[in-house]
Design a protein around this ligand. Sequence first.
Ligand code: CMC
Length: 436
Amino acid sequence: MASATPTASAEGTVALEYDGKSLSLPLIQGSEGEVGIDVAQLRNKTGMITFDPGFGNTGSCRSAITFIDGERGILRYRGYPIEDLAAKSTFLEVAWLLIHGELPAGPELERFRRETTYHSMVHEDFGRFFEGFPKDAHPMPVCAAAVGALATFYQQPETEQSIHDSVVRLIAKMPTIAAYSYKHSLGQPFMYPKNALDYCSNFLHMMFATPCEEFVADPILAKAVDLLLILHADHEQNCSTSTVRVVGSSRANLFASIAAGISALWGPLHGGANQQVIEMLDSIEAEGGDVRAFVDRAKDKKDNNRLMGFGHRVYKNYDPRAAILKNACADVLKAKGLASRQLEIAMKLEAIALSDDYFISHKLYPNVDFYSGIIYKALGIPVNMFTVMFTLGRLPGWIAQWIEMRGDPDTRIARPRQIYTGATARAYAPLEARGQ
Ligand code: CMC
């Protein structure tokens, strides 16, 4: 078969040599210097396709939303370093930034705050939708189903205005849906949103208040939730975001696309890892707290245990979100006068792993999920709601990426190729001829 050797050239192309022929492939350069080979003509011209399971070498789009330099541990939304946004911004501001490209001016932010406040109630019929789920249902599939079901309440044809309305409704109603999914699992009455509260205090109110007594959200906890949502808000073409783009590329509406993203985020290798981290820390504790033994098991290829909250497809350095969260964890626990055995074990685990040859040579560092579970636990968020918190945070990123995808003239319906390895053509065997 063809031998295909790409070679770089100074003219902004690479030449692919195959079967004695040569194909010039254009290079594309991003604003931070990343270079891609444009293979759009490859199959037409050569009959060959690229093969890249997991898409580790494949750029699926041009995007101006989030920049990650995984080697140097850099994350920026629309050019702003995550450290600055975490220290100085709020989740609603960051949501606006991701979706619109610029930080909001005062009146824009005020309008956005009002819109996302006054759309936070869900239709009464929608409340009954939750009754159909078993009490022990995991809140992630409940949220995915509920967001998909929003499309049945808002069926306007797609226009700029209806997309704007869907964006506002999603950001406004997601905390309500998340809290309802939790209240349903407890068998407690749903708490209506309170318009006087800020976004995160309102969420804590809907989660933890009951009609029986007054509830005041702790501002330290509300601030910590806000920080977590900022850190989760976007992460370029990760599994769930790519899912949102792929589903949206078929012209499926925003609700349907985001519902698919929630399902993708649920997986234990993606957003589900924060729940797995706490379960891992608890099992280390239950087995006597031998951290080194657990690290050894995580290295053993015959053992299925991985060190959850460690490693990342893109970061080959400390995930900057984990660095922020590690400090935030300590601050929140101190402010609330809490001790966390899980934080102690996590820090021991991190110290051992980061001085271990296996983790050093594989460039495995703590990722965002390593410390987020501990902080959620300290905030009183139940473990099965951790990934729902990630969903709340990631929502504006999914929305921004969906809108960018829809406006990109290069967007075509996502439809990868395959290398077929099954049976070649054969004659149909009638039932009587197929043996026992
Ligand atoms: N513990 C032990 N070994 C690991 C780990 C880990 N957590 N992560 C990767 N490795 C090893 C893996 O066995 C492989 O080793 P080798 O090359 O010797 O066969 C090598 O490192 C590369 O791993 P990979 O699975 O090919 O890497 P990937 O880029 O496909 O996977 C990952 C990335 C995040 C799925 C993976 O690191 C992992 O499973 N981590 C644990 C789950 C986790 O924390 N997920 C949250 C990710 S961050 C939040 C988010 O974006 O959702």
